[in-house]
Design a binder for this molecule. Structure first.
Ligand SMILES: Cc1cc2nc3c(=O)[nH]c(=O)nc-3n(C[C@H](O)[C@H](O)[C@H](O)COP(=O)(O)OP(=O)(O)OC[C@H]3O[C@@H](n4cnc5c(N)ncnc54)[C@H](O)[C@@H]3O)c2cc1C
Length: 395
């Protein structure tokens, strides 16, 4: 086992750092005040190659591997939460879903555009009445000749109202349960019978929209279907495995950001004639924050490393998602404590970090759902490896 990063991996993290300091950090406050989506964030990150580590060069990637991708996600999220939120969609769930399950034509048509930031992606599974119980989705696609007619409502789709491409999971044969779901790569340009609206919410960033999507007799070509009819649930679960690399990587970036800010504040803030960092109880908080962040980081790196080696990684992804997102919440809560009353001042972004950490804790399979998967696997009731597919692309 080698815990050292390669020179190439260190260089990619440093490139992400320099990019964030130049292109993102100076604009964050302005973006948050405006509260609108800025497409140029995704375009610039795509042009810089920040989304493409998990894909080969012939499809627009740079083949540096998922550990390199995790390093980028962590560093960008640490410095700019808003930009960090784009990785799940642009570098993992949507392009991996299409790359692993689509035809050659579908891969070539969509994956390079997502990785280069020319297309904004969206993954849409959750509905108003079901999130954790994903098998209960009701949005329906009915085959009519060379098309499908889609009807239903989706909820909480990140970037859904601004996306060019939606990896959409629907039911084609509801009576078959999970075996009756299908996946589609839906292009939204000039799409009739489709509308997306931003959900007013507090997710830690004002400029990353979560959307409700309405499909009202929306006609999509059958050629947009990804994989076979009935394989949509497999596509979704496999895509979510990759999300369980991105989401904990972001949680580590959030935790590190909260820790950096708490350390700076503890060294500056004076009480009873000394820096608050000199108080033992504050030091206990800092010590726990350091150790937990480091442990979470190692778990995420382990998952990415397994994927890079071409191994199945569902179990480790679920464990890492559970632990790192718990850590994200705990560390940001402790940072709030260290900031005292100023934690609630808009001047300090700690509250935004806490909300973002909470979102990581809920999305991509909530903490409870991860606990169920991990416990059932450990008890031998349902092995997490039973459906796990080896990565289509490895180093
Ligand atoms: C900001 C944001 C962005 C999101 N982005 C996307 C996206 O891009 N695409 C997408 O498809 N979805 C997205 N989601 C949806 C997200 O994945 C769901 O919110 C999540 O899966 C939880 O589903 P739910 O909200 O319906 O909660 P519910 O499933 O109703 O769960 C509510 C609570 O009950 C608990 N619970 C549920 N079932 C069980 C059980 N069997 N045992 C124990 N506890 C249980 C849950 O852990 C949770 O605490 C996003 C959500 C948010 C908030």
């Amino acid at each position: 086992m080698d815990f050292q990063l390669t020179e190439e991996q260190k260089a990619v993290r440093s490139l992400a750092h320099d990019f964030a300091m130049k292109e993102l950090v100076p604009h964050v406050e302005e973006w948050e005040d405006e509260g609108v989506f800025h497409r140029e964030i995704i375009e610039k990150m795509g042009a810089q190659g920040l989304y493409g580590c998990g894909f080969p060069e012939d499809i627009g990637g740079n083949a540096m591997g998922l550990l390199a991708q995790v390093l980028i996600i962590e560093e960008i999220t640490r410095l700019c939460l808003e930009a960090g939120l784009s990785f799940n969609i642009q570098s993992m769930v949507v392009p991996k879903g299409i790359y692993n399950w689509g035809s050659d034509e579908q891969r070539q048509r969509h994956v390079p555009k997502l990785l280069r930031g020319e297309f904004v992606g969206c993954f849409s599974l959750t509905e108003p009445d079901c999130g954790s119980d994903a098998a209960a989705i009701k949005t329906r696609a009915v085959r009519v000749g060379d098309d499908y007619i889609v009807n239903g409502t989706k909820m909480w789709s990140t970037y859904g109202n601004v996306a060019d491409l939606i990896l959409l999971i629907v039911k084609t044969q509801p009576e078959l349960g999970t075996k009756g779901a299908s996946a589609f790569a839906v292009e939204t340009k000039d799409l009739k019978g489709f509308a997306g609206a931003k959900i007013p919410s507090n997710i830690g960033s004002n400029c990353v929209p979560s959307a409700e999507l309405i499909f009202d007799n929306c006609r999509v070509p059958a050629s947009w279907r990804i994989a076979q009819e009935g394989e949509g649930f497999k596509v979704a679960m496999n895509a979510l495995d990759y999300g369980r690399i991105t989401v904990p990587a972001r949680a580590v970036g959030i935790a590190q950001s909260a820790l950096d800010k708490a350390i700076q504040y503890a060294n500056e803030r004076m009480a009873f004639g000394q820096q608050i960092g000199r108080f033992q109880m504050v030091q206990h908080l800092i010590a726990d924050m350091v150790v937990e962040t480091e442990a979470a980081r190692l778990m995420v790196y382990r998952t990415a490393n397994l994927a890079d080696q071409g191994q199945t990684f569902s179990r480790e992804a679920s464990q890492g998602k559970y632990f790192a997102t718990e850590v994200g919440v705990r560390v940001t809560e402790r940072a709030m404590e260290i900031f005292g009353g100023y934690a609630f001042a808009k001047e300090y972004p700690i509250q935004r970090l806490l909300m973002a950490a909470k979102v990581m804790h809920t999305g991509e399979g909530s903490a409870n759902i991860q606990r169920i998967l991990i416990a059932e696997d450990a008890l031998g009731y349902k092995k997490m490896t039973r459906h796990a597919a080896k990565p289509k692309f490895a180093l």
